[in-house]
Design a protein around this ligand. Structure first.
Ligand SMILES: [Zn+2]
Length: 183
């Protein structure tokens, strides 16, 4: 099934591998084929197999989700910090000048670590732009890059229009006032 929202920054895109369709939660990373498809979509490479990466990605995703939903909860902070502690950036110089190399203790965690690392950067620089879809039944996240910071929906098609239809129906339910006659 096609994901309803793609193209967000890596950490939010990882969160968006979970969505709700017809009242049911769909997990694009539920099986190795889905993990492989997501890695291809993001152009991410790993020496590990999709089978090996799946559990780390799903656990990392949950840690990031909880950290965004309950930023003040110590358990949520601990879980994200535990993920962040699985790797670090090492600065070095190479033939092309300065470079940063990601080092992880366990290759299975590299991509989840990268996502968590990018999430911290977003939280540091643009926390007010990290948004959850305004539809409370929708678990999708996005970085609001609209000029006036007015984006409310994961997408117009998925949630925005549904809300418009609901508002329209609510208006229609009220007694209509006859327009004054032109004659
Ligand atoms: Zn939505």
């Amino acid at each position: 099934m096609d994901r309803p929202l793609i193209g967000e920054p890596l950490p939010l895109d990882l969160l968006n591998t979970l969505w709700v369709h017809g009242g049911r939660t769909v997990d694009a990373l539920a099986d190795p084929a889905g993990v492989g498809a997501w890695l291809d979509e993001r152009d991410l490479r790993s020496p590990c197999s999709a089978e090996q990466l799946g559990p780390a990605l799903r656990e990392g995703r949950e840690a990031m989700r909880q950290a965004l939903l309950s930023p003040d909860r110590p358990a949520a902070q601990d879980a994200l910090n535990a993920l962040l502690a699985r790797g670090h950036l090492r600065d070095r110089v190479g033939p092309d000048g300065p470079e940063s190399v990601v080092q992880v203790d366990d290759e299975r965690w590299r991509i989840a670590w990268l996502a968590a690392h990018d999430l911290v950067a977003l939280l540091r620089h643009r926390p007010e732009r990290i948004r959850r879809c305004h539809n409370e039944d929708c678990p999708l996240w996005f970085l609001d890059t609209s000029r006036n910071a007015t984006r409310r929906w994961c997408s117009m098609d998925h949630c925005g229009n549904r809300s418009k239809v609901r508002r329209h129906r609510a208006r229609r339910a009220k007694p209509e006032v006859e327009p004054p006659s032109q004659r």
